[in-house]
Design a binder for this molecule. Sequence first.
Ligand SMILES: *Cc1c(COP(=O)(O)O)cnc(C)c1O
Length: 392
Amino acid sequence: MDIQPSERLKQLPPYLFADLRRKAAEARARGVKVIRIDIGDPDRPTPDPVVAELLRAVNDPADPDRHRYGCDAPVEQFPQAVRDFYRRRYGVTLAANEVAVTGGSKDAIAQFPMAVLNPGDLAIAPSPGYPTYNIGHVFAGASTHYAPLREAGGFLVDFDAIPPEVCRQAKLLWLNYPNSPTTATADLDFFRSAVEFGRRHNVLICHDNAYGLNTYDGYVAPSILQVPGAAEVAVEFFSLSKAFNMTGWRAGAMVGNPSAVVGLRTVKENTDNGTLRGIQFAAAKALDSCEQIVPPINEVYRRRRDLVVDALNAHGWSLAKPKGTIYVWARVPGRYKGSSAAFATDLLEKTGVIVTPGLGYGQWGEGYFRISLTYGEDVLTEALGRIGEMRL
Ligand SMILES: *Cc1c(COP(=O)(O)O)cnc(C)c1O
């Protein structure tokens, strides 16, 4: 039997990186040493105290539930650690019904729209942006209006530029600051406007806070929940993945609006069985020790950021150093006439270096490329050296 993909699967955007992957294989076959600096997945190991807590918990004979479904035997320490963390970091008090634990934010971002969107509904996502916002809408049978993030506007969503009929119809709006891929950051005034927009138009504001702890030079990124009353119209997706080197573990939380929390919990109860207790104990340990664990991890990224930005600037760019995320976002050189795919392909073919073309994050990412700081300084130095040798 020939299984046909569903209409919803067919609606997913084409995988833009398939072509680059094929070209990388061709380059390797020609004997070129390919260097990837494109993937945003931390290279450094999870800190020892967190690993130790996992090992303790999975081996704890005093815990007869240690092997069981996480949903049937929840670990109270984890949501409590999330609440303590929000109080310490943001001065935000979360009630118990304002926290849903998740298996990382990608899962929750994809699942949550099923709790609140109906087929034919409309939701707003930034472009360029994390592809999973739109994918969640598509799986819920809804569609996406893209709000452009423009360099001239600091890559912030321009609420006044969203067409009135979109404001009327939309049920959700996604934000993500510190932002991937643009590395932009947002201040509390921006989040105030977001909350006001949500209130005025009856739109739930969904803030993806994946990089809230990956910040530099003393900068502290705000939480949208610091805006008074935000939980009436907003939720925030928090994840341990990027700040604690825990991408493979799958641990995070959605916090904020209590009815949205119930909605996500309901979808989760019906589609997954929760996270292993040992992982939840370890995630609680990580959050409780955040002030000790995170600064040395960020110091590694800060040095890599300086290395990459200084090298690009020496090669003719004029980039400011990003205050957050684990990326560098830059315009493609003039002679590629704004084509990020042409630049990424030429760079790969001539030097073996793989960066991410901005178009992969949506139409408004065109003209830019992203470098990830999740590679060692030796790798980044060699890659940036090759970029410099290429006559741009
Ligand atoms: C990495 C990332 C996530 C998801 O991380 P999880 O590992 O699923 O928690 C979410 N949003 C953005 C923008 C990301 O870059």
